[in-house]
Design a protein around this ligand. Structure first.
Ligand SMILES: [Zn+2]
Length: 326
């Protein structure tokens, strides 16, 4: 498969990209920026990939993955002298054409953990990312048949000590550890070469070096690989995963989360607000501040209090155990 990427930072390159992107039914998406989606966050680049193959198959050897890295700053109005002269004739309307694709309900956007991307687009640009397949959700769905032991093992060591989990299985059996992109690829049998690190505090510097453009493009390649693997594996109903992704990516729709809020920023799957028991009783969680079904909280007889939902209890417990170790 042929893979290419190009930086779009002027009128000519973005106009050409828009023409290609507008004809696609599926866009692979990934954003980069400083504290993306959080309070004080800023978007730097918007990566969009399209796949074309002569025979119409997604994993065809003849196919081509073309990645456009849109330098968002290049199309915004210059601010406080931080941008150089080439941005003086900024054209926000060109970005609008791209944003319309992101908000379109007929173009499927495929990404990995799009919660912060969606937060940044919504709170920073008023764009509601719509019609999405979040592969982090698809990855969780692909583990549905995993037994409880394997599910608990995913938490052990990486999130909480094994003895804590094994001694309190009832408290942790609903807690699902999320995979990062590498972990999800590994679970699908795809080995990746560790990415060369970049200093994320430099995403707002211009000109954007080729190293940063390649870094952004590489994520799109990995997302494409994960998508084809999950789809070909056949374990996940992609329609269901799309339906679940819609709610998942809007997790921060009410406001940007604080970078320091441990209950908003953790590697656990947020609980479904309805729970799995037929109960209309709800409770407000003291951690995530969400109103959830009472079935998503430890019971009174567990003796650990009922203020936190199962996920926030795990987050709180991790914080306490870390404090103790200091
Ligand atoms: Zn909670």
């Amino acid at each position: 498969m042929k893979i290419s990427h190009q930086l779009c930072d002027n009128h000519e390159s973005i106009t050409s990209a828009i023409a290609k992107l507008s004809n696609a039914n599926i866009l692979f998406i990934d954003c980069e920026g400083k504290d993306l989606g959080s309070q004080g966050g800023t978007l730097s680049t918007l990566g969009l990939g399209i796949y074309n193959s002569p025979d119409g198959y997604y994993n065809s050897r003849e196919g081509e993955l073309t990645i456009y890295i849109v330098d968002v700053l290049a199309f915004q109005r210059p601010c406080s002298g931080s941008l150089d002269n080439k941005h003086a004739n900024a054209q926000p309307d060109l970005l609008r054409s791209i944003f319309d694709l992101l908000a379109s309900s007929v173009v499927l956007k495929i990404g990995f953990d799009l919660r912060m991307d969606a937060s940044e687009l919504l709170h920073g640009y008023g764009v509601r990312l719509t019609c999405v397949l979040d592969l982090q959700v698809a990855d969780v769905v692909s583990r549905t048949e995993e037994d409880e032991v394997r599910s608990l093992q995913r938490l052990m060591g990486r999130f909480l000590p094994a003895q804590e989990i094994l001694g309190n299985r009832e408290l942790y059996k609903k807690v699902v550890k999320l995979n990062g992109l590498d972990g999800a690829l590994m679970d699908q049998g795809i080995k990746t070469i560790p990415k060369k690190r970049v200093d994320h505090s430099r995403w707002m510097l211009r000109p954007l070096s080729e190293r940063y453009v390649s870094y952004a493009a590489e994520d799109i390649c990995l997302i494409y690989s994960l998508y084809t693997a999950i789809r070909d594996n056949g374990k996940v109903s992609l329609m269901d995963a799309v339906a679940r992704s819609e709610g998942y990516i809007q997790y921060h729709a009410s406001c940007r989360p604080s970078k320091d809020d441990i209950y908003q920023r953790h590697g656990l799957m947020p609980l479904d607000e309805h729970g799995d028991l037929d109960t209309k009783r709800t409770r407000l969680c003291a951690g995530c501040k969400r109103r959830l079904s009472s079935s998503q909280f430890p019971s009174l007889k567990s003796g650990v209090g009922i203020a936190y939902c199962f996920v926030c209890y795990a987050v709180n417990r991790r914080g306490k155990l870390r404090e103790k170790r200091k």
